[in-house]
Every structure is written in C-alpha cells, then in structure tokens.
Write a protein that binds this ligand. Structure first.
Ligand SMILES: Nc1ncnc2c1ncn2[C@@H]1O[C@H](COP(=O)(O)OP(=O)(O)OP(=O)(O)O)[C@@H](O)[C@H]1O
Ligand SMILES: [Mg+2]
Length: 257
C-alpha cells in the first residue's frame, strides 16, 4: 500500500483533477484505491460523490482519529474506488491543530492506520496552502506528486516551496519522498508552453512524469456537472493522460500485496 499526497500551494494547478482522474485510472488497473479529500473546498468530494449520502467525513476522522466506529470510506461510481469526503466545517479545526502542533501533524497518519491495509493506493488531495492539513498529509505519506500549470511561473514557485516543505517534513516522516511533478494544462501551440516545458525538463531532470497533460475543455464541462471526465465522456482522448500517469505511478511505486 502506498500513500501519495498531491499538493501545490499555488491554487488551480490541477491537484483535484489529477487526484480524482488518476484515482479512477488506477482503479481500472485493478488496484484498490482510496481518494482522500483533504481540502475543505470539497472539490474531490463533489467530483466523486455527488448525489451520495454520507454520515461521516474527514471532519469526524480528524476530530476522533482512533474511533473505529467512524466509517467514512464511501464507494464511488467506480468499482475499487472509494473516497473519504470532506465538509466545509473542517476548516474550523485549524485553530485546534495549530495549538496542538506538532503532535497534530500525526492525526491523519493515526486515522489511516486501520484503513490503509485495505488499499493499494491512497491519494490525498490537498488544499492550496502549506498549512497543517498539507503537513498532516505529508506525515501520513510515502510520496508526493506536485502538479504545475504549464504557462504559470507562479506554479513553479509553488513547486519549490513544496519541495522545501517536503524536506522539512522528513524530520517527522523519514520515509517521505518527492515522487515527480506533473506538467498540466500544456497548450503545445503556444510558445510559452514550449519554453516552460523545456525549462522544466532542463531544471528538474528525472523529476517529472513523462506524461504531459494537455489543455482539455471537456474537463471543465464534466466538472460543471460534478462528474469526472470518465463518466461525462468515457471516450474522450484526454483520458489517455490520466491512464498513462497511472501506469507511470504503478511502475514507480509497484503494488505490494
Ligand atoms: N488539463 C486541463 N485542461 C483544462 N482545464 C483543466 C485541466 N486540468 C484542470 N483543469 C481545470 O482547471 C481548474 C482547476 O483545476 P483543479 O480544481 O484540479 O485545481 P486545484 O489545484 O485542485 O485547485 P485548488 O488549488 O483550488 O484546489 C478546474 O476548473 C479544472 O477543471
Ligand atoms: Mg483542488
């Protein structure tokens, strides 16, 4: 079982889209997958669980991590893919976690102890900050994927800040490693995309996924209907990027059973 954080403190770089779509793609490779919505914006919950009822969420799990009665892994529309939903109220827990820092950093790790053996891959979708929720995810993880938006230099600044945070968190979690960055929303027709892709390849050798995700407007259409693209348009050619990313992840982090 591998726990993977998907993070970048720059907003809108594609964290949620990549977490949810790679989650579906991994589940289609016959892996048991859990997506954790670690962001009180609840975007992953919206894409994977719209229309589904749930009693417990991340709020309950983080408030009472040792309580074995909290069943918050909700089945999605995809076999083998489950999601722990989030609710807006979770953002209100920040003050408590700040007061109990650094012990609070281990809350998610504790909560996952009894859950993680059921899955091959756990993907944690993080909010666009480097605060305690991201720290908790890093303390519970083996690896980190950082999506960057090709065309936005700010998302590379975010990448560098994330790399610093990963290094700082290795003090609390020595098994944590940066896996790779994903170049997202590449528009290969524009020169800025071409320039940035070349720069990234030069400056982050061996640190990027070979798969580069192109701009795809159908993703936004799917999101508008609160669905993944796998459901909205199962034959869309953009799905190949997420399938390829999933295969790269399986190669880098093979399933252990
Ligand atoms: N390859 C792509 N092509 C076109 N649009 C995309 C692509 N990837 C993501 N998007 C869109 O960009 C927006 C931001 O993506 P997403 O929500 O995944 O980013 P995020 O990093 O999770 O944002 P936040 O920091 O707010 O959590 C969404 O509307 C999403 O549909
Ligand atoms: Mg998001």
């Amino acid at each position: 079982m591998k726990v993977i954080t998907v993070g970048n403190n720059k907003g809108g770089t594609g964290k949620t889209t990549i977490t949810t779509h790679v989650g579906v793609a991994l589940s289609k490779l016959n892996s048991r997958v859990l997506v954790i919505d670690n962001d009180p914006q609840c975007n992953a919950t919206s894409l994977l669980l719209t229309g589904k009822k749930f009693k417990y969420s991340m709020y309950d799990l983080l408030t009472d991590p040792n309580n074995t009665n909290i069943e918050c892994e909700i089945p999605t529309n995809f076999p083998n893919l489950y999601c722990i939903p989030n609710i807006v109220d979770t953002s209100g827990l920040s003050l408590h976690f700040t007061q109990t820092y650094p012990d609070s950093l281990f809350t998610m790790k504790v909560a996952l102890e009894r859950i993680k053996e059921k899955y091959d891959y756990i993907l944690i979708d993080c909010p666009p900050t480097l605060d305690i929720p991201m720290g908790m995810a890093l303390c519970a993880s083996d690896a980190v994927i950082i999506p960057i938006e090709v065309g936005s230099i700010h998302s590379i600044d975010g990448l560098d800040k994330c790399l610093d945070l990963i290094e700082a968190m290795q003090k609390f979690n020595p098994q944590l490693n940066f896996l790779k960055l994903v170049m997202n929303r590449a528009d290969k027709r524009t020169s800025i995309s071409k320039i940035m892709i070349e720069e990234i390849k030069k400056n982050y050798k061996n640190e990027y996924f070979e798969t580069i995700v192109s701009v795809c407007t159908a993703l936004q259409q799917a999101e508008y209907l609160r669905k993944t693209l796998f459901e909205y348009r199962p034959t869309d050619s953009a799905l190949k990027y997420y399938k390829q990313l999933a295969k790269e992840i399986v190669t880098l982090l093979p399933k252990q059973r």
